[in-house]
Design a protein around this ligand. Structure first.
Ligand SMILES: NC(=O)c1ccc[n+]([C@@H]2O[C@H](COP(=O)([O-])OP(=O)(O)OC[C@H]3O[C@@H](n4cnc5c(N)ncnc54)[C@H](OP(=O)(O)O)[C@@H]3O)[C@@H](O)[C@H]2O)c1
Length: 389
């Protein structure tokens, strides 16, 4: 094996909030996280609005002077120096933007949720497979060392048989004041609503434990029951609660998401950790559902019945690498580099089938709650989508 690190050359599609956060992470030297087998190179960024906006973006994130600014997404995907495109547009545009990248032969890291519905996700997967291109949904939480450690602990039977997972990912907002009717969080034209934006994280916690680590023959699509409350000014969802039952033994997953009340334990005196994984030997709780840097092991209280606890109660903390700067999105970027270096089209930690399954759950929840986006947003016909390119 070559001792030279593999360099992945990135193009950034869109210049909004998360594009800035991700790109700053991408620029953090990999050695700060003790990595020497891969490297990232920021070669270009594109704005759908103007070249100057892309230039401002590159300046703001501290890009190398060699990085190119493109004034359209079409121009970015035609750039021969770009290996992979990070898509950071609103959900409404992911399908069209991803199609554009795939047709141009680019690998993709696409912000969550992968698309508006499961049918669109399936088409992207089929095209990526056919064109032999890497495609991954940017569910960065899964690549935190703590997430991996929890999956491993549970996979090895540390919690016994998991019976229930609770996951709440919510934040308090004065919604009318903060988002009005136009913000992407609530605009029906941008596939707004809390389910697609935050509920996808609640579901990822359920899926990591009750689907991902379940051995193949036993793994299966859950049954889904849900309630959804709409944000009256636009008709998107502001509060959604889901009760899932997973094969093979009917373990329950309770996933909630809300933009009027918070998951944050420090925000309300009586709240507990928003993630709770409950097995026959005890629980794991996690206080930070987006950026998990610690977890608590709580043995089942069986002492009164004469059974010794299977493990000690303790909180395990894994500090952020380097000087603690960075958001933690670099780990998903590292995964992309390793997969592409190794010729893999999908990640073992965020596989295609799972992105599609989570989308199918969200389709079902929207069906049960009567939440339908416009024909243009739900459509799989790419040419009809009027994509911002
Ligand atoms: N992983 C995370 O933690 C995380 C956090 C926040 C958001 N996200 C995801 O990232 C995506 C973008 O979220 P964001 O908060 O970065 O949004 P944002 O700040 O509104 O930025 C979106 C960008 O998309 C481009 N865009 C293209 N067509 C657009 C249109 N019709 N309306 C609005 N913007 C348009 C714009 O860039 P140009 O004008 O330069 O083309 C805009 O700056 C969403 O899918 C969201 O779910 C992920």
């Amino acid at each position: 094996m070559s001792s030279e690190p593999f360099t992945l050359r990135w193009g950034i599609l869109a210049t909004g909030g998360i594009a800035k956060t991700f790109t700053k992470d991408l620029l953090i030297d990999v050695s700060t996280r003790d990595i020497s087998d891969i490297k990232h190179s920021l070669v270009a960024a594109a704005s759908s609005t103007s070249v100057s906006r892309a230039q401002d973006f590159l300046a703001e994130v501290g890009a190398p002077l060699t990085a190119k600014a493109h004034g359209s997404y079409t121009s970015l995907v035609a750039d021969p120096d770009v290996d992979i495109v990070y898509i950071a547009t609103p959900h409404s545009h992911h399908y069209a933007n991803a199609r554009l990248c795939l047709e141009a032969g680019k690998h993709i890291l696409c912000e969550k949720p992968m698309t508006v519905n499961a049918e669109q996700t399936k088409i992207l997967i089929d095209i990526a497979r056919e064109k032999k291109l890497f495609l991954m949904e940017a569910v960065w939480t899964r690549f935190f060392p703590v997430s991996k450690e929890i999956r491993e602990f549970v996979r090895e039977g540390g919690l016994g048989e998991v019976k229930r997972v609770w996951a709440d990912v919510s934040f308090w907002t004065d919604v009318e004041k903060a988002f009005g009717t136009e913000h992407r969080m609530v605009s029906m034209d941008l596939a707004g609503g809390v389910l697609l934006d935050l509920g996808v994280y609640s579901l990822t916690w359920l899926f990591q434990i009750l689907y991902h680590i379940v051995p193949e023959p036993d793994r299966g699509f859950p049954s889904v029951a849900s309630q959804l409350t709409k944000y009256k000014p636009t008709g998107c969802d502001e509060s959604t609660s889901m009760l899932l039952s997973f094969p093979p033994n009917g373990a329950h997953g309770i996933a909630t998401t809300n933009i009027r009340v918070s998951h944050d334990a420090s925000a309300t005196a009586t709240a507990s950790d928003p993630i709770r994984i409950q097995g026959t030997l005890g629980d794991i709780t996690v206080s930070s559902p987006f950026r998990p840097t610690s977890y608590t092991l709580i043995p089942a209280s069986s002492v009164s019945r004469g059974t010794p606890a299977s493990f000690e109660r303790k909180t395990v903390t894994r500090a952020m690498p380097g000087d603690g700067h960075g958001h933690g999105m670099f780990w998903e970027a590292d995964e992309c580099a390793r997969c592409i270096r190794d010729g893999k089209l999908e990640s073992d930690d965020m596989p295609w089938a799972e992105s599609e399954a989570v989308m199918r759950v969200m389709d079902r929840v929207r069906e049960q709650g009567g939440l339908v986006y416009g024909e243009g947003l739900e459509s799989v016909v790419w040419e009809e989508k009027g994509a911002v390119v």
